[in-house]
Structure formats: C-alpha cells, structure tokens
Design a protein around this ligand. Structure first.
Ligand SMILES: [Zn+2]
Length: 227
C-alpha cells in the first residue's frame, strides 16, 4: 500500500482538481450564459430532437468572444456569443451552427465529460510517476520531459473524442434531414473564424485537430449513411 502512494496521491489530487475545475466552469457558465432563442435555429434543433425522440435540445449562449461551442460536464450545450454573432451577420448559416450543436451533443451522448475526469486524474498520476522515474536518469529535466509526454498523451485522447463527436454529428444531421454538407462547409470557415480572434479558452472548449483530416473522416462516415 505504501509503495502505491506515489501513484494514488496524484490520482486523488487529480480528481480533486478536476472537480474543482468543473465547479468553477459551471459557476462561470451560470453567471455568463442565457438560453438561446432563435426561431430558425430552434426549428433545426427541433428536427434533431425529433430524430433522437426527445422533446427538445436546449442550447445556451456563453457570453465570450472567441468562436466556439462546448458541452459542459453537466450535459448543457453552449455556443459562444462570438459564434452566434458570426451567424447573425450571415457569415455562418443556421445549418452550420446546428452542426456544432450536433457535435457538442455527441460529446454529451458519448460520455466524454466522465471520460475526461478519468483522463485528468490518470494524467496527473502519469506525470508524477514519469517525473520521478525520468528524474533519476536525467536530474533537473525529468519534470519537463514528463510534462511533454503527458501532454502528448492527453492531446491524443482528446483528438479521439473530437472524431467520435464528429461521427455522431454526421449521423444525427443526416437522420434529421439536414445533411452533413454544413458540417463540412463550416470546417472551411473555422480556421479563418478562430484565427482572427484570440483569448484564453476554458478547458472545455473544443480543440481543433487538423481540419482536412476531420472533413475526410466526415466524408467517410457520410458514405456509410448515404447511398
Ligand atoms: Zn469537440
């Protein structure tokens, strides 16, 4: 038991840290969000809700500038004010914005928030144990190398989530009669939309793996559904 302490303690610490960051995220979201009420978007999310056999898909506006969507750990779906403004100004269509909602719904449906909690605690333990081991061989830079390795693993894990959420969205958009086209055209605009803005992004906001790779994966999934 005592030998396991160096692994157990960072796992526990990671869990505490995770719960604290979830609490902080929810508090921030509660304080800075409103329910989205846009008839055109509502018509689209209602079609997705019907395809899922649920009453409705509530969407909230998160009052920050960067263009993004997010699924909170409690399952609520948010579109940033910056993203909504792009839609209001006609640079992003209602169908394209609904593809983001479908993607975030995928994160919720596939239980990515819960998985992230396990990832988070596991990464913390991995970082600590690696730092101890590598420091024995390379004193001084062990922590540095452990950080890089852990970050690589974390990036790989969250990249997988993005592809899964994309695949869920493609299926849902097709089933709702909206189609996967808006999901792909949005990716064409996404780089330009996000590059022109900057800001610190909360940990929950979606990360962006290579857009061409994501579009290619969507096309592959689309071919499975549309014949
Ligand atoms: Zn995502």
């Amino acid at each position: 038991m005592l030998k396991l302490l160096p692994i157990l303690l960072p796992v526990l610490y990671g869990l505490v840290l995770y719960h604290f960051s979830v609490w902080r995220t929810h508090r921030e979201l509660d304080a800075q969000s409103t329910r989205l009420a846009d008839p055109k978007l509502k018509a689209l999310t209602d079609r997705m809700a019907a395809a899922l056999d649920i009453a409705e898909i509530p969407v909230h506006i998160y009052e920050i500038d960067p263009v993004n969507g997010l699924a909170a750990p409690d399952g609520r779906i948010f579109i940033t004010r910056g993203f909504y403004n792009e839609y209001r100004q006609g640079r992003v269509s209602a169908e394209e914005l609904s593809s983001v909602i479908a993607h975030e719904l995928g994160h919720v449906a596939l239980g990515h928030a819960r998985k992230r909690m396990i990832d988070f605690a596991g990464q913390n333990a991995m970082r600590t144990v690696l730092a101890m081991m590598i420091s024995r061989l390379l004193p001084g830079i062990g922590v540095y190398i452990a950080n890089i390795l852990t970050r690589l693993v974390a990036a790989g894990l969250s990249r997988g989530d993005e592809y899964e959420a994309d695949a869920y969205a493609t299926a849902l958009l097709i089933k709702s009669g909206i189609g996967a086209a808006p999901q792909k055209t949005l990716f064409g605009k996404l780089d330009a939309l996000t590059k022109s803005r900057s800001g610190v992004m909360p940990a929950w906001l979606m990360s962006h793996p290579e857009t061409q790779d994501r579009v290619a994966a969507i096309e592959k999934n689309e071919a499975k559904w549309v014949r």
